[in-house]
Design a protein around this ligand. Sequence first.
Ligand SMILES: NC(=O)c1ccc[n+]([C@@H]2O[C@H](COP(=O)([O-])OP(=O)(O)OC[C@H]3O[C@@H](n4cnc5c(N)ncnc54)[C@H](O)[C@@H]3O)[C@@H](O)[C@H]2O)c1
Length: 337
Amino acid sequence: MSTTKPIAVVTGGAGFIGSHMVDLLLASGYRVRILDNLQGGHLSNLAHVAKNPDVVLEQGDIRTLEPESALFQDVQQVYHFAGIGDIVPSMEQPIDYMATNVQGTVRVLEAARHGGKGSLQRFVYAASSSCYGLAATPTREEFPMQPQYPYALSKNLGEQVVMHWRQVYGMPVNSMRIFNAYGPRVRTTGAYGAVFGVFFRQKLAGTPYTVVGDGTQTRDFIYVTDVVRAFYMAACSPHEGEIFNVGANNPQSVLRLVELLGGEVVFVPKRPGEPDCTWAETGKINQLVGWYPQVDFSTGVRNMLQNIERWQDAPLWDVQSIAKATESWFKYLGKEG
Ligand SMILES: NC(=O)c1ccc[n+]([C@@H]2O[C@H](COP(=O)([O-])OP(=O)(O)OC[C@H]3O[C@@H](n4cnc5c(N)ncnc54)[C@H](O)[C@@H]3O)[C@@H](O)[C@H]2O)c1
């Protein structure tokens, strides 16, 4: 009977990673309550579970969430994904980023603290590897925080808030620093950014891939089902109060992605503030949680290509439109050069 099932709340559950979290929790026997304002997420990401009696979707904003919210009543696990991403908009609208990613996190914590009194087992926060900035690699959790732009700062401050709620209120928390998540339902709209959306749309249009720099820069891409399995395993593990890197520990170059996709390339200028390599040292999560990624890069890309038509309505970028879209990037981050 569904009344005996444990309850999980997923903020941002209509988004890319959050919707996969919903799938995993349902498969693991949870009732799932989703809070999402659909700013970046889509109902289509949840269409396959819309009729599931174990799913509740509240279309609401974490910036106005009240501590007494019924959605969090008797909750056992909270997964906090709601937030706004992307580098350029964070430089242009820093107030929104702090209000959502920092103050919004405070409100989600307070709702979890009140609603989860006596029931909350774990609060898991979606942190970002961008907090490391231009770090040495492979990057370990104890490396210094060096956010290069307001998005990275806001995610890092959100993590500090989460750890502070543990210190002051004794809340059981984990923070998961996600590297480059990719996979089905990755965002197709919005600002210029993540390489997958850009390249997939260009592949559909038959236009050249706009490779940044010389394309030898590497990213620690991690498949989305592996990401949410890391969150769930951390939530169920006895290791609480911990920060974990969530990456493949296997960086791939942008040119490798081009090779897997096939097609012509053009080059656009390398951008300030972006690392040449992101690379998660994952020994901590391997040892404490027993988590290892299962989907290798070529398999993950192949899975995504099966639904490439999903990118038909995504913006089609070219050298000129990218130069325009990244003007603020060079303006604000290129000063030392
Ligand atoms: N995708 C990555 O590679 C990556 C890497 C590091 C960290 N993260 C973090 O993981 C989380 C999820 O990322 P994603 O890639 O799935 O992004 P996404 O945009 O697909 O998902 C974010 C969700 O949050 C919702 N949301 C935004 N503002 C909200 C608000 N004020 N109230 C309620 N809901 C709101 C959006 O509608 C969306 O559904 C984010 O917090 C992001 O910072 C993602």
